[in-house]
Ligand binder design. Structure first.
Ligand code: KG4
Ligand code: ZN
Length: 344
């Protein structure tokens, strides 16, 4: 069984093919950085138009890379949400139409389930049940995973997602889009103890929710104060980046540990764009009370492989999408159906 995965929910066109026997056999990615960088962030209409230009040629490249023809495919998976509506529609319409033309089933995949399942593409896999920390540009979720497809959200951000806070703080410090990775890079050169930023909602609340908007404001006030004093140097910006990163990541780690303690779970899956953060990976890898599982770096940020794999699991579970193409810009993870699997 071979499934083509199409990811177009935001600013990356990701295409991959998952083969039941061989795993991911081809995987391509086109990033729209050059389209959006002059605007300092993703322009939704430009994202849709660029997906229209890039998706079909990238599918052809991916098939060539795998040495396959379209008729060798057994199903097509596309991201159906959450994400930018126009961008989602490009992948969904193309995926659905291709599947119709090839007379094979199509399946609309939940982007965040894709991120979560990407960790299972690694040779060392967690066993069910486990806890998942899903951290991207649009989501910060702590999810109790009782079975694949059975997701209970036990913590989430009440305002900005952690990736969004990274992006906004990066912009404030004058870093180019995409800000998150640039801020993380700058932070590696900074002194994280020069400024101490608050760990939001950690000591004052016993729950598992997050808030990152105040942290971003704290970074802004600190930075503007230093600019006013004529201290706007590269090393000051690096120190602010390091203080921000330490506060944001320490909060993610602390709440994950609290969630593990509350649920009694011993395994943590971390996925989504922010799971590429090296400080987060280093911090969690030091923990001995529980095991942490990450996707490889290229499957942390948006990619087609996670959609192909999630689509494979759902198609072999007997699900498929109707001929009517529907996308869901908002789509709670808790609405998904369980997947019968032999993971554990
Ligand atoms: O999963 P993703 O590629 O797209 C969404 O689904 O949103 O995540 C993108 C987010 C962005 O906010 C980006 O700044 C952040 O992940 N990100 C990082 C790093 N790499 C990507 N944040 C912190 N450190 C990184 N190394
Ligand atoms: Zn994503």
């Amino acid at each position: 069984m071979r499934i083509l995965g199409i990811e177009t929910s935001c600013d990356e066109t990701g295409i991959a093919i998952y083969d039941r026997e061989r795993g991911i056999v081809a995987d391509t990615l086109y990033s729209q950085v050059s389209v959006h960088e002059r605007y300092g962030g993703v322009v939704p209409e430009l994202a849709s138009r660029d997906h229209i230009r890039k998706t079909l040629p990238l599918i052809e490249t991916t098939l060539n890379q795998a040495g396959l023809k379209a008729r060798d495919l057994d199903g097509i998976a596309y991201t159906a949400g959450p994400g930018l509506v126009g961008a989602l529609l490009v992948g969904a319409l193309l995926g659905r139409s291709l599947a119709y033309g090839l007379d094979i089933p199509a399946i609309g995949v939940h982007h965040m389930e894709g991120h979560l399942l990407a960790a299972l593409l690694e040779p060392l896999k967690p066993t069910l049940p486990f806890l998942a920390l899903l951290v991207s540009g649009g989501h910060t979720l702590l999810v109790e995973v009782a079975a694949l497809g059975v997701y209970r959200i036990i913590g989430q951000s009440i305002d900005d997602a952690v990736g969004e806070a990274f992006d906004k703080t990066a912009k404030l410090l004058g870093l180019p889009y995409p800000g998150g990775p640039a801020l993380a890079q700058l932070a590696e050169r900074g002194n994280p103890t020069r400024f101490h930023f608050p760990r939001p909602m950690l000591l004052d609340r016993a729950d598992l929710d997050f808030s990152f908007s105040g942290l971003k404001t704290h970074a802004m006030v600190t930075y503007k104060g230093l600019v006013a004093k004529g201290e706007d140097t590269e090393s000051t910006r690096a120190d602010i980046a390091a203080a921000f990163q330490a506060a944001a990541i320490d909060t993610l780690v602390a709440k994950s540990k609290r969630a593990l303690a509350q649920t009694g779970l011993k395994q943590l899956v971390v996925a989504g764009g922010v799971s590429a953060n090296q400080y987060l990976r280093r911090t969690l890898e030091k923990e001995t009370e529980f095991e942490t599982f990450f996707p490889r770096l290229k499957y942390c940020t948006d990619n087609g492989a996670m959609i192909a794999y999630a689509g494979y699991l759902r198609l072999q579970n007997g699900e498929h999408s109707e001929l009517t193409v529907g996308v869901k810009p908002r789509w709670p993870l808790s609405e998904l159906k369980s997947i019968q699997s032999n993971l554990g």
